[in-house]
Design a protein around this ligand. Structure first.
Ligand code: PBG
Length: 328
């Protein structure tokens, strides 16, 4: 006699559907979007199949597609024509990212009653000629506190342009508090902060570097987390929450699901996970060889991030996932 038969709950599709613990929904998906200042038409990113760099003129159509797909948000990144040591384009109201935010905000404001959350990447790496996320001290190290002043100006530029959420991805100490204080001082009390709290120095960012024409030499190991450290990820998330982060994020996602699960347990704010470029590319490359089922793999990755406790998922597959979830 076998008294416990867990297979009983797996017998039929209807039974499996009934007992499912998580049900991913399109509303929790966020699509990263790349706007390139120099392009006249969209240019595919070779290492991110299905993803392109877009000219500014594409923004309204991209917003439309995202709203029609019913996803929860867009995360804007931009690639400027000119870069310099201090990342000046990031704080310039006419810089490409701030123009893209304005265009997206206008498109969202258009017809009433159709909401989507507009997020902007708040980091200097796309704007500096050395490719680091902050300004450099004479020693060549990233100068934490000098960078905070620029992040504060960048935050104000993005808030003025109409961003709803600022994605602080630079991993400088004190960045959430610095940006929150600047926003409060100017009356931007409703602009939310999504802190890349536990952002690891990861090999899985490879294709993203192509997506933003990165000029980085070397690595980000003095500011992004060591992949060996789980507790430190929890500490970062806790500090960001105390500094006023509205949402905390773990990044990458699948190699760090232990961190996602622990942050989800400990945090009292929503938790996001970023299924990063290299994670997406792994699925695409294997699927292109016919080695895995592309749709099933993307859906399983999403389900696993949700099961670990993430509330919000940033993914390059957001539009397709939204469609697939509809007919499940
Ligand atoms: C930095 C940033 C990076 C990513 C998002 N924001 C790159 C990095 O830290 O090197 C990576 C995202 C991805 O790989 O999909 N602004």
């Amino acid at each position: 006699m076998i008294s416990h038969r867990p297979r009983r709950l797996r017998t039929t599709p209807a039974m499996r559907r009934l007992v499912r613990e998580v049900r991913p929904h399109r509303a929790e998906l966020v699509l990263p979007v790349f706007i390139h200042e120099d392009l006249a038409e969209a240019r595919p990113i070779a290492s991110l199949p299905g993803v392109s760099q877009h000219p500014l003129a594409d923004v309204p159509a991209l917003v439309e597609r995202a709203i029609d797909a019913g996803i929860g948000g867009l995360m804007l990144f931009a690639i400027p024509s000119v870069r310099d040591a201090r990342g000046s384009g990031a704080v310039d109201p006419d810089g490409i990212l701030n123009r893209a935010i304005r265009a997206a905000a206008d498109a969202i404001d258009g017809p009433p009653g159709r909401g989507i959350v507009l997020m902007a990447d708040l980091c200097l790496d796309e704007f500096t000629d050395h490719g680091h996320c902050g300004v450099l001290a004479p020693t060549g190290d990233v100068d934490n506190d000098a960078t905070l002043d620029i992040y504060a100006q960048m935050a104000l530029a993005q808030a003025r342009a109409g961003a709803h959420v600022l994605g602080l991805s630079g991993m400088m100490d004190g960045q959430v508090a610095a940006v929150r204080a600047a926003l409060e001082a100017e009356g931007f009390t409703d602009v939310a902060l999504l802190a890349y709290a536990a952002k690891y120095a990861s090999a899985f960012y490879g294709p993203f570097r192509e997506a933003v024409d990165s000029q980085l030499e070397g690595d980000r190991r003095t500011y992004q987390l060591d992949p060996a450290n789980g507790r430190e990820g929890l500490r970062e998330a806790e500090l960001d929450e105390l500094e006023g982060a509205d949402i905390v994020m773990v990044k990458p996602a699948l190699p760090y699901l232990d961190v996602v699960a622990e942050v989800a347990q400990a945090s009292r704010v929503p938790v996001a996970a970023y299924h990063v470029s290299g994670e997406y590319a792994q699925i695409e490359a294997a699927a292109a060889h016919g080695w895995i089922d592309r749709r099933a793999a993307h859906l399983e990755a999403l389900t696993s991030m949700r099961r670990a406790g993430a509330d919000i998922i940033v993914t390059y597959a957001a539009l397709e996932l939204a469609a697939w979830l509809e007919d499940m």
